[in-house]
Ligand binder design. Structure first.
Ligand SMILES: O=C(O)[C@@H](CO)OP(=O)(O)O
Length: 345
């Protein structure tokens, strides 16, 4: 569609922030579209005029913004696109937490911690089942730990998602890695979901217990001592991390990197580990150090929270027999699922 036609079908665009700090407004429509990337926050409003497809408008606006913004990370800039169909001014975002599926050392009942082991066949099946449970919940960005069992779980789960978007691990370990992994098609970018890997989300480091059999460790040190190492908040295993030490990196990372995305309306999935997620859930649900001792997470079972007005609301039990029974859908989530249903028809 010609750019001129685009302008007729869109009412307002606010470009502010970013390196140039320039603000420019053009005539745009009234369905809302929000871009945030590299310091640019762009509020784009489209006419309800359906003669121009929404995605075409979006693509032209992305191109217009990309040319305007000196450095725009293509996937992140589009993954920030949140369409607020129902014009609801209060932002509501969904947060999915999922512990990795069964790993090969879970199967052998070995302490794993920071050792990087893959999923078992059963763990793969768990990840796929988890994907079915969350298949109608929006995901704009994915965060995983740096360990393969969490990354496999996220990727396998997303094979079941009805968005049909493709998760792509963002490589920024060097300038070359970032340059060599660039994508040069707007359409392909639109069909991608950025996956950010962070060591801060890794499982707690289990020190001298890593590789030991859990039952043998109980025989050697006693049931009480091992339970204290495994589930207490402030007792570290020998040369390892306590849950408190783990939370100092995992929760800090969550607050600094993930919560701002939720505040901007982006829907997030976090695939991580039993203890790194226990520390994050302790923060989300304001658990005491006593309460978190009783918190256990099953492998490969997704949890759903809704982020709204700065609060995290737990939505339903993940052990429900069906997808509908698993999560108490909010109005926005039900609308989102309805749009997916309509797209299929
Ligand atoms: O061994 C580990 O890394 C963890 C999670 O599998 O074990 P635990 O559940 O005992 O904390």
């Amino acid at each position: 569609m010609a750019a001129g036609a685009l302008h007729r079908s869109i009412r307002t665009i606010q470009l502010h922030g970013g390196s140039n700090d320039s603000a420019s407004t053009k005539e745009f429509g009234n369905s809302s579209l929000k871009f945030i990337s590299k310091g640019f926050t762009v509020d784009v409003k489209f006419l309800s005029d359906r003669s121009h497809s929404f995605s075409h408008c979006k693509m032209h606006v992305i191109r217009a913004i990309s040319s305007h913004a000196s450095v725009v990370d293509p996937i992140l800039s589009t993954s920030h696109v949140t369409t607020n169909f129902n014009q609801n001014t209060s932002i509501e975002s969904s947060l999915i937490l999922i512990r990795h599926g069964e790993s090969m050392w879970n199967e052998k009942n070995l302490f794993t911690g920071s050792v990087d082991v893959p999923l078992t066949k059963r763990g793969i099946e768990e990840a796929i089942e988890a994907g079915k449970r969350i298949s109608s919940i929006p995901v704009n960005m994915i965060y995983t730990s740096a360990l393969i069992r969490a990354q496999m779980t996220a990727m396998l789960a997303m094979t079941q998602h009805r968005q049909k978007k493709i998760p792509i691990i963002m490589h920024d370990e060097s300038i070359q890695a970032k340059e060599w992994s660039q994508i040069f098609s707007e359409e392909t970018i639109q069909q991608s979901i950025p996956v950010i890997t962070a060591w801060q989300l890794n499982e707690r480091m289990y020190g001298k217990l890593q590789g030991l059999n859990k039952e043998e460790t109980v025989v050697k040190y006693g049931k009480e001592k091992v339970h204290e190492w495994r589930r207490s908040f402030d007792s570290p295993p020998p040369n390892g991390e306590s849950l408190e030490m783990c939370s100092q990196r995992a929760v800090a990372y969550f607050k600094e990197n993930i919560e701002p995305q939720l505040q901007n309306g982006r829907n997030i999935m976090v695939a991580a580990h039993g203890n790194s997620l226990r520390s994050i859930i302790m923060y989300l649900e304001k658990l005491t150090s006593q309460e978190v001792t009783n918190l256990e997470l099953s492998t490969g079972v997704p949890l759903l929270y809704i982020y709204k007005h700065g609060e995290f609301l737990k939505r339903g039990s993940p052990v429900g027999p069906t997808e509908y029974g698993v999560y108490a859908y909010t109005r926005n989530l039900a609308l989102y699922r309805q749009k997916l249903d309509e797209m299929v028809q």
